[in-house]
Design a protein around this ligand. Sequence first.
Ligand SMILES: Nc1ncnc2c1ncn2[C@@H]1O[C@H](COP(=O)(O)OP(=O)(O)OP(=O)(O)O)[C@@H](O)[C@H]1O
Ligand SMILES: [Mg+2]
Length: 417
Amino acid sequence: MMQSNIRILVVDDELAQMRALCDTLGQRGYQTVGCGSGEEALRLMQAAELEAAARGAAGQRGRADEEGDGDDSGLRFQVLLSDLMMPGLDGIALVQAARAIDPDLACIIMTGEGSIGSAVQAMQVGALDYILKPFRVSAVLPVIARALETRKLRIMNAVLERRLREHAVQLVRINEELQVARQQADRANQAKSAFLSNMSHELRTPLNAILGFSQILASDQLPSSAAQKKQFAGNILQASRHLLRLINDILDLAKVESGALTLESEPVALSQVLQECRTLVDPLARLRGVELRLSVSDSASVTADRVRLKQVLINLLSNAIKYNRDHGTVSVHCTEVDRERLRVSVQDTGAGLNEAQLAAMFQPFNRLGQEAGTQEGTGLGLVMTRHLVEKMGGELGVVSTPGMGSTFWVALPGCLV
Ligand SMILES: Nc1ncnc2c1ncn2[C@@H]1O[C@H](COP(=O)(O)OP(=O)(O)OP(=O)(O)O)[C@@H](O)[C@H]1O
Ligand SMILES: [Mg+2]
């Protein structure tokens, strides 16, 4: 008979019977250990447990358990075969204490006729089976085989349950992630809808002006003087230009948002780019009598797309001029954020922005109360500017004091070389 690695602990206070059982089971290939009392059985189990733990068998046990074959590297017992009636710790108490040490232990109670009630009680505290004495070894073998099979199933069940619990936890997490993603998608959708409805409103306003003034000019019922005709034509021209700017800005923004815009990443000398921007915004500044002060070191260099950086700076400079007071100033500074980042600040002496205006900043078409003002604009400049800055790996921010002015800043990768 092949030696199996199943270890059986046989407990009986009738020592002759215990030994006979050990011998016969041993002959059937099982590894048996016998003892004469419940107390000794527990000591043996605890010793086996300690030894297994000391040899690091805990890890191996985990692996063995996954397959449910009960191979505990030959240290732990897989089966407890215990007499029911024993002085001291009886079979029921032993099963209870043994299962506290090893919940996977397959316990079988041997009981004399007439104590079936106690056998049932033993089953209730976790024994897998019982066998009535006296019995032949041939009768105990299938009981052991069945108990081992049940043990294996229980272990596999526990593994499955653990996996199920893990999967359930995973599912909950995935669900939470999905919910967050859906909320983000919903918000993006709402922002898109708001953008579209604002856009159609913004496009319709100049278009209606063009239509209205053209109708007056074309109408015979509404005669107008030459001076009026010139004024109407001027209105049409202004509305057309505005419409063209809107369409260009929207297309530009759509290009950036769709990711279709590819940006260069090159070292750009800041003071040089600022000089070029000055040339472009100077006419606007002169119109308002605004003084432009550039105090940026020649050594300041940022990593950016040159053309788009220029667009960003022109946007900020023209805002600082447009929303300044007459004869105000615009100052541009550059400071080091850290060794790898520079901050360019555009400071104006305009009316500044209050909390509510700052909170509504960067909303497409939102001109923060300038709709009725004298300064033209689409309300898309800052939205576009922020997109571009972020695409270049930077950050755009604003600090403002109502009545004093605002400072818009851009932080970009760069240094003072
Ligand atoms: N430096 C500033 N000082 C005060 N208010 C500002 C300043 N910059 C922007 N704003 C306010 O923020 C609004 C949005 O600015 P943004 O540049 O996006 O649009 P715009 O200037 O109105 O139009 P566009 O730039 O598209 O021609 C402006 O209408 C203005 O009310
Ligand atoms: Mg602007």
